[in-house]
Write a protein that binds this ligand. Sequence first.
Ligand code: NOJ
Length: 580
Amino acid sequence: MTTTEGGTVQHRDAPWWTDATVYQIYPRSFADGNGDGVGDLAGIRQRLGHLADLGVDVIWLSPIYRSPQADNGYDISDYDDIDPLFGTLDEFDALMGEVHALGMKLVMDLVVNHTSDEHAWFEQARSSRDDPKRDWYIWRDPLPVGPDGRGEGTDAAGTPGAGTFPTAWRSAFSGPAWTLDEATGQYYLHMFASKQPDLNWENPALRQAVYDMMNRWLDRGVDGFRMDVINHIAKDPASLEPGARGFVMGGRIHDHLREMHRYVFASRTDRELITVGEMPGVTVDDAALFTAQDRHELDMVFQFEHVGLDHGPSSKFDNRPFDLVALKRSLGRWQDGLADAGWNSLYLGNHDQPRSLSRFGDDGAHRYESATMLAAVLHLHRGTPYVYQGDEIGMTNAGFTSIEQYRDIESINWYAEEVEAGADPEVLLESLRFRSRDNARTPVQWSGGDAAGFSTGTPWIEVVANHHAVNVEADRASSDRSVFDWYRRLIALRHESPVVAHGRFEMLAPDDDRLYAFTRTLGDEQLLVLANWSGEPYELDPALHPVLRRRSVPEVVLGNVPHGIGSLTLAPWEVRVLRA
Ligand code: NOJ
């Protein structure tokens, strides 16, 4: 990694992905090639030119494996096949060949905290308590019921001493995290939907089966994995004891990841692969351990701290106002914490988050300025940036007004549970409008035509009404206000400028609640990033940085409001990247 030798900072040993940018495709919503209303591999193949033009290095595909689609493919029933909804293995091979021919890499989603309840492993496991696969999942007996008819465990609402549920764990998709398998009389654990039973990583045969499956995909030619909720695979045994309140990350997670590395990645030194672990709840200190290169666990993790700052204490749907100072404090701490060992993933949105532009910027009057400002701030941090499909043209939240428009199991279950508990449906819909995952799952807007050019059929989820104005064709045709072109320049800058990939990060004015400013420094090269994170003009204080006190106009590497350059006033949502 970056080292200091004789005063000169070297970065020649840095892994390839330190100057790479990853693009996430959510296949259902990217492009529909066969007109059935659902995105597919044929659609992706037709649009690869868009991604090559953007200049991204890696494409990450959200799950395309065979699946009943209870959670849009994050419930896998066969790890070795492609769901017919998306295409075939032959089409997958063709897609991978085309991606490679265009100089990009292809990363698969790896979902091994759980399978679908329709996976052959689970069907076998639930066939009998004595089946060898029984122990591949997590089973517990119902807790006894006393003479008063009250169980020693919790009830479905989580009340202790009121039912037979083994622990009070709640599923991320509402309701208890345990479902009784009537035929065998035991509960199985599912941290997500009841159709997503959790695998038991304490079982060595299960672990070996997962590694074998990963090896088959790497042998086929894929370039790595994005690992779904990978820190959840190791459950702390104490948190499975009767009465335990919640899930705690188990200590064996590091052992599992190192073992996975040994069985899957260690011998593949001739290939440039990438691993990223999705880790809700991970701390900076944990992440430094997970991503320190000499520990051989993961290349980088997705942390959640910054995307939880606007959640209230009761749930993610308890929306709180955005606080820029808190965001800077958080992201700054992550930059510092992984400065010497480990590596950051950089993201503001994905298929589980609302659209970053609607959440953090102004998706109306200043759509172009705020989309480009957000992109510049993110991409100029130290780490590997992830572009979520549609962000490169400034797509916005869905704007749904009725529960019938939603498709996401998390949103639908939460709404139903809250309505049942007596909440006002209008208030719930307002929360969903901000927070639902469906905000980011609407079809990519390729044109202003029918179904936004996504499909010749009826899309599985409605396209956003603004697709007439916000779409790839219109954006790319714009000579001076193309969000796509801005992303293209940011990605190229990372490729060309070692200071972007490797420079030291320093936050400026951390307590300012409208300015996001920082420097990146490598040897005697420095970039100064000045972003007005507000809809009002911002007066820069010359004391902020020496470059602002010089008489000469500094070199502007990037700017989204050309007329502002040279003045000390940043226009609303303006970002300037200066060579200091
Ligand atoms: C995280 C994925 O990103 C999300 O979409 C999914 O619902 C859960 N993990 C469960 O797999």
